[in-house]
Design a protein around this ligand. Structure first.
Ligand SMILES: [Zn+2]
Length: 315
């Protein structure tokens, strides 16, 4: 028995190990290798980025990827080539992976003034929960976010400071003349599924891609004004989502793309935050709680600070 093991099983095991190492070494697609990623795990689709210590997880035929466990939607679905390697489209690299992992921070912009937009208002209630209306939660969270940002030395402007109605186009266009450096629209979510809960951060969909929630996968070829800041937008969204998850402990529903008018028409870098689901029984109560709103406001202010530090470092 010992001889069989030594003569056959041991060499076979060594051979498999060697093959495994060889395949594993060649498993990194060139577009990820260029950015410094290395396949470090025998799990297919898992790549390590030594400079930042980050882990990227890809899966075939989906636009969803995970960076350090946090969910991101890519502009295009990941594919697998003839050699069995995961491949990431040029647009996904350009609009998501490279901005998050490249050392070069092109388009740096110092943030001094933030324009906050409390979603809905007046007769436009937004989502309506058992206890709260979205327009009220949005305004209350926006006020707390304004205070948290001011405490960190930022100037803050608001699209609405009270319960009034503004069209989406008006809000988006305000980002042209309010003389601000960053636009953040604050919302709360709702779903027909009472189990849905968690935080989402949206940025404007890149040209040539479908929005994350678009089941028909409609690709827009034309750019919108908001697309001029795609690179900053994804960095902003990553900071926001990370900070929101850390401070609120809510479920991660991902960094997503959408062509919301407020983002598409904005001339500023910006994002739309869905801070929680008011159609979820427990989350609705949390979203209405002052201490929880303060945590969310602090999360947003911290994310803006971190993005600003990153911009300043690159100047
Ligand atoms: Zn809303």
């Amino acid at each position: 028995m010992k001889n069989i093991f030594r003569r056959h099983l041991l060499p076979a095991a060594l051979w498999f190990l060697l093959c495994g190492c060889f395949c594993f070494k060649n498993n990194t697609p060139p577009e990820l290798e260029q950015l410094g990623f290395k396949a470090r795990s025998k799990m297919p689709g898992v790549f390590f980025h030594p400079r930042t210590g980050s882990v990227l997880k890809l899966a075939a035929d989906t636009r969803i990827c995970f960076i350090n466990g946090m969910q991101f939607f890519l502009p295009h679905a990941v594919t697998v080539d003839d050699e069995g390697r995961f491949r990431v489209s040029e647009l996904s690299i350009q609009k998501v992976i490279r901005p998050l992992f490249s050392e070069k921070t092109d388009n740096p912009r110092c943030i001094r003034t933030v324009l906050l937009d409390a979603g809905h208002g007046d007769h436009n209630l937004g989502a309506v929960g058992k206890k709260y209306r979205e327009k009220d939660l949005n305004l209350s969270l926006t006020r707390k976010t304004a205070a948290a940002l001011k405490k960190r030395g930022f100037n803050v402007k608001l699209t609405r400071a009270d319960d009034r109605f503004l069209t989406l186009a008006e809000r988006g266009k305000m980002a042209r003349y309010k003389n601000a450096d960053l636009f953040l629209s604050i919302h709360h979510n709702a779903s027909g599924n009472p189990e849905s809960c968690g935080v989402e951060t949206y940025i404007v969909t890149p040209r040539g891609s479908a929005s994350s929630n678009d089941k028909a996968h409609e690709i827009h070829r034309a750019a919108v004004p908001g697309n001029q800041h795609d690179v900053v937008n994804i960095r902003l969204a990553a900071e926001l989502q990370k900070s929101l998850l850390k401070h609120t402990g809510r479920a991660d529903r991902g960094v997503r793309f959408a062509r919301f008018k407020v983002l598409a028409l904005s001339q500023l870098p910006g994002a739309l935050i869905e801070a929680g689901y008011i159609s979820h029984e427990k989350e609705e109560l949390l979203c209405g709680k002052e201490s929880e709103q303060n945590k969310t406001a602090e999360a947003i202010a911290e994310a803006v600070s971190r993005l600003n530090q990153r911009s300043q470092r690159s100047n």
